[in-house]
Design a protein around this ligand. Structure first.
Ligand SMILES: [Zn+2]
Length: 240
């Protein structure tokens, strides 16, 4: 339901929750309000009025935030592999297989002259995948042994919001393909984080205590991972 207040549209969504939650969503500063079913429309209206100043201030902030530039996979663009920057150099080839090759500081991408952004993105992603798989294979088996944990199943997927996820009961982990862009120590943080979910499924005090025992530096690594726009190709990636 759309609620209009002083020229701004506010999406009001009824949900099974206990209290109202107001958020300003990037990139276009949409105003979203989640409302418990028992709250009346009058209460919604007065809540919005009481937060009016907050809404304006935060819309302004979101609208003024620099928008992340989406890569176009063209010559000279910077792309990261395990935390190190490389310059992309696409080369048009009319025969042979499309391929990505690392040469010094350059990522050479051999692709068809009429390749689209989507083609080139897929090509780079498929190049990342086995490289990341090798790193993860080493890290997962190292940490399983260190923690005395039984084997797990894991896969790599391109995910929008999470660096990783863990279905503890099935012992199944998923790692984000974008981890190929980040430094090794951040990949290790995500591996330890997901493996720790085998023991504790939430992020509460017990989880944090285990993380500190296992990887004392984990809070810094998490910050490094989530604050860096260098290897994020999306606006914001939140933690798992
Ligand atoms: Zn988590």
């Amino acid at each position: 339901m759309i609620h209009r207040l002083n020229d701004i549209d506010i999406e009001v969504e009824r949900k099974f929750i206990r209290s109202m939650r107001l958020s300003i969503l990037p990139p276009d500063a949409r105003v979203h309000l989640s409302v418990p079913f028992f709250v009346s429309s009058e209460a919604v209206q007065s809540f919005l009025l009481s937060r009016w100043e907050w809404i304006c201030r935060n819309r302004e902030k979101v609208l003024n935030r620099p928008r992340p530039q989406l890569p176009e996979y063209v010559s000279g663009e910077q792309h990261y592999l395990f935390g190190r920057p490389y310059t992309l150099q696409p080369e048009s080839v009319t025969s042979g297989a499309n391929a990505v090759v690392l040469e010094g500081e350059t990522i050479i991408m051999r692709c068809r002259p009429n390749s689209t952004v989507a083609n080139r993105r897929a090509l780079l992603h498929e190049w990342y995948r086995p490289l990341l798989r090798a790193r993860l294979t080493a890290l997962v088996s190292l940490w399983l042994a260190r923690l005395g944990e039984a084997p797990v199943e894991w896969t790599i997927r391109h995910m929008r919001r999470e660096w990783g996820s863990c279905a503890a009961r099935k012992r199944r982990l998923v790692f984000n393909l974008d981890l190929a862009r980040v430094p090794d120590e951040c990949i290790e943080y995500v591996v330890v984080h997901e493996l720790t979910h085998l023991a504790v499924q939430n992020h509460g005090p017990a989880f944090q205590t285990l993380m500190t025992q296992r990887l004392p530096n984990w809070k810094n690594l998490r910050k490094q991972l989530n604050n860096s726009s260098l290897w994020n190709t999306r606006s914001k990636q939140s933690e798992c």
